[in-house]
Design a protein around this ligand. Sequence first.
Ligand SMILES: Cc1cc2nc3c(=O)[nH]c(=O)nc-3n(C[C@H](O)[C@H](O)[C@H](O)COP(=O)(O)OP(=O)(O)OC[C@H]3O[C@@H](n4cnc5c(N)ncnc54)[C@H](O)[C@@H]3O)c2cc1C
Length: 372
Amino acid sequence: MESLDVLIVGAGPAGIGMALALSKVPGLAYGVVESDRIGESFRRWPEQTRLITPSFNSNPFGLADLNAVDENSSPAIFAGAEHLNGPQYADYLSAVAETYDLPIACGCKVLDVSVDPEGGFQLATEKGELHARFLIWATGEYQFPDLDPFPGARACLHYARVEDWNALEGNHHTVIGGYESGVDAAVNLIRLGHHVRLLARRPTWDLPDTNDPSQVLSPYTRERLREFEQTGRLEIVFGANVVELSETDAGGYRIHAADGRHWDCDTRPVLGTGFIGGGGARQIEDLWEWDDGKVLLTPQDESTCTPGLFLVGPQVCHEQRIYCFIYKFRQRFGLIAIELAQRLELDDFGLMSPGGAWGPFGNDECCEGCEC
Ligand SMILES: Cc1cc2nc3c(=O)[nH]c(=O)nc-3n(C[C@H](O)[C@H](O)[C@H](O)COP(=O)(O)OP(=O)(O)OC[C@H]3O[C@@H](n4cnc5c(N)ncnc54)[C@H](O)[C@@H]3O)c2cc1C
C-alpha cells in the first residue's frame, strides 16, 4: 500500500462504504488505513447505546436497510436486531470488509498529511510513509468530543467517555443537552433506576420548522422518553442555556444558565452537547476551508482549497442538507467514486448514477419538501 491511486482514512461506515464503492472501479489501486479496529467508534459506545435508525431487510424491494453500507447486506439480518448495539454494528462492518476482501490496514494511524508538490498527498502513519494521488477523509466525529463547550465543562463526564452507565456513582444525575445523546443518557440512567434532571435549551422533539432527523429527536428516542417520563424520575428543564460550571465548597457542582438560574448536583454532570465542529476533519484543519465550524465542500464533496482531498461521513453538509446519518451520507459514495474513476481515466462500469444504487429514494435530488 505504499503508493496508491486513492487512500481512505478511517474504517467506520463512511470509510468501509466508500471502499466498497471504489472496489467496483476496475483497475483502481486503493486502500484504507484505520488507527484502531474496523468500526472502532461503535466499539467505544456505552454498553447500553443502540442505533436509533431501525434496521430492516427491505433490500429485496429496492430499499436498502437504512444502516447498510452496501446495497446487498442488511445489519438487521446480520445481527438479528432492529436497533443494533455498537459491537453488533462494528461486527457487521468487519463482516462486510471480509466478504469483499477490502484492503484495510488496521492499527495504522495517520499522523500527518502534506500536499506533494509533484502531485497527490504524502502521509506519515504509524506504520511508515504512504503516497496517494487522491485522499478520502473518513474519520468521523465520535472520537472528537467537545470537552469544552463552556467554562468549567471539563469537570463533566462527556457521553463519549462513558463505557457503561452502570458504572456511574450516585443515584441523582444532571444531564446537559436535549438532543440525541443527552436524551439517550437520560433514558438509560432512568432505565437503571436513577433520577435524572435533563437541562435542555428547547424540546427537540417538537420543533415547528423541520422534520429532519438531523435536527429533530428521532421517533425511537422520543418513544423512549415518553415511556420514562411516566416513572416520575425524570425532570426536564427547558430554556437551560448552560454557560458555566463551578465546583462548590461541599465538593459538588453548580451549573449556571445564561438567564441567571442555577442547579446544584453532587455527581459529575453528564455532557450530551456534542462533538468538535468538523470532528476528525480538524486533524488536517489547514487542508479545508471552514465556515462557522463546518467544512466547505464542492458539489463533489472535495475540499474547496485542496484539490484531490474528499470528505465522507456525517460532517458532509450542503446548505440545508445535513448528511449526518448513515442512510444519508452513503448516498455520496457513488458520486465520489465516479468522479475519481473519471479523473483517473478508469472505466466506471459497475457504478450506477450517484445515489441511484440506493433505490427510489437514494438520489441527490430528493430532499425534505420535495413531492416524492
Ligand atoms: C450515540 C450515537 C448514536 C448514533 N446512532 C446512529 C444511528 O442510529 N444511525 C445513524 O445513521 N447514525 C447514528 N449515529 C451517527 C453515526 O454513528 C455516525 O454518523 C457514524 O459513525 C459516522 O461514521 P464515520 O465512518 O464517518 O465515523 P466513525 O464511525 O467514527 O469512523 C471513523 C474512523 O476513523 C478512524 N480514525 C480517526 N482518525 C484517524 C486517523 N488519524 N488515522 C486513521 N484512522 C483514523 C477512527 O478510529 C474510526 O474508526 C450515532 C452517533 C452516536 C454518537
